[in-house]
Design a protein around this ligand. Structure first.
Ligand code: MG
Length: 383
């Protein structure tokens, strides 16, 4: 069995989300967007598929780095392929990013699952067949009836728990360019309003502005300790490991979770664990370069008796969360009062992460990553 082709198909679809100048998604009018379907095919007809951002699978990247390393190779050796891509990153002048590695790795794992007739989460360890989801809100905004005030967050949180069945919630606070943001006191008011709305027993988490000072971060953490929040993440620039050591040593009653966006894959995360810069480790397939480094992060966390909380949605992160024992939740979102998260996108027959009324996401038994893609739609809407 050998890899015969690696291709990306760019296709058009509508989206009702737009991104602000800092990259945060907010609801908006339906606009045209493009996505990519990355396809790896083998000589026996087996294929792996993945929906990716077009910039992560540009043909020039596939031509320069991916095809030379993958074509003719045995797809059942993902660790060897991942390492060969990783070793090329240093000499790629920044072009071969962790997101490119991730797109290739996930597509390869989808292919491996299909070749084996098994879901990827079982091939990786298969620890659990369902997981509690936390509802992860979008960042705050200035939309009337959206997430513009602490009361808006409280009302939405009440709906999430009482109407939709979420058992845990994470807020993303207000961040620039939203007027008035960042404001550590307003973040606190939103957290207090949500705690009041959902009662004392629902686990709550916060992902605030990412560039607070040590003093603001400590003030916020101490207020969240009073509100019995479960964790807070990425409230300071993560390149400063000593700032996170400083904060973690001063906040015994809330978990500091990280690093999320810091480069360096599992090696950075090992340094954070070994140096007391967090209470829980963070990894996500798109942050660290795929399933292989995400799993390594989870296993090193286990060796420190730490949980490893998975960042972000989608089939790849679901496979990792299902595979490992030391994680608590699946991040489901981003959610907003104006967006129907349950509705499949045009290129999907169903969403990856359907959730039952009890707040559990179940892992599926179809071979591969468990995506159910509408390939006809993609073929009919190619760029
Ligand atoms: Mg985050």
């Amino acid at each position: 069995m050998k890899i015969e082709s690696v291709d990306a198909k760019i296709f058009h679809h509508k989206t009702n989300q737009s991104r602000d100048s800092d990259g945060h998604a907010h609801p908006g009018p339906a606009i045209d967007a493009t996505s990519a379907l990355l396809v790896i095919s083998c000589d026996d007809g087996t294929t792996g598929n993945l929906i990716a951002r077009p910039g992560d699978v540009e043909d020039s990247l596939l031509d320069q780095f991916v095809r030379p390393l993958l074509l003719g190779q045995d797809p059942m050796r993902p660790e060897a392929i991942w390492n060969s891509l990783y070793k090329w990153q240093r000499g790629s002048a920044g072009k071969l990013t962790d997101r490119v590695l991730c797109a290739v790795d996930l597509t390869l794992w989808d292919l491996i699952g299909k070749a084996c007739g098994q879901p990827v989460w079982k091939l990786l360890g298969g620890y659990r067949d369902k997981i509690v989801a936390y509802g992860s809100t979008m960042c705050g905004d200035d939309l009337k009836g959206g997430l513009a005030t602490p009361e808006d967050y409280a009302q939405f949180a009440e709906w999430m728990v009482k109407e939709r069945g979420y058992r845990a919630i994470k807020l993303h606070g207000w961040m620039p360019p939203i007027p008035g943001a960042p404001d550590v006191r307003k973040d606190h008011l939103a957290c207090a309003a949500v705690r009041e709305a959902v009662g004392p027993d629902v686990p709550l988490m916060l992902d605030p502005n990412h560039w607070y000072s040590r003093a603001d971060s400590l003030w916020l953490c101490q207020r969240l300790e009073e509100l019995n929040f479960h964790w807070i993440e990425e409230m300071m620039e993560e390149a400063s490991l000593s700032s996170y050591q400083w904060l973690t040593s001063r906040t015994p009653r809330i978990n500091i979770l990280g690093p999320e966006s810091m480069t360096g894959k599992h090696w950075t995360r090992a340094e954070w664990a070994a140096n007391g810069a967090c209470d829980m480790l963070r990894t996500g397939v798109w942050d660290v370069g795929g399933i292989s480094p995400a799993l390594k992060t989870a296993k090193l966390a286990e060796c420190f008796h730490m949980s490893c909380e998975i960042h972000g949605t989608g089939a790849g992160n679901m496979a990792v969360a299902a595979a490992i024992p030391n994680t608590t939740y699946y991040e489901r979102g981003l959610l907003h009062p104006f967006i129907n998260y349950e509705e499949p996108r045009a290129h999907q027959n169903r969403i990856d992460d359907e959730m039952d009324s009890e707040g559990f996401v179940h892992f599926r038994n179809e071979p591969g990553l468990g995506q159910d893609l509408n390939l006809d739609y993609i073929e009919n809407n190619l760029d």
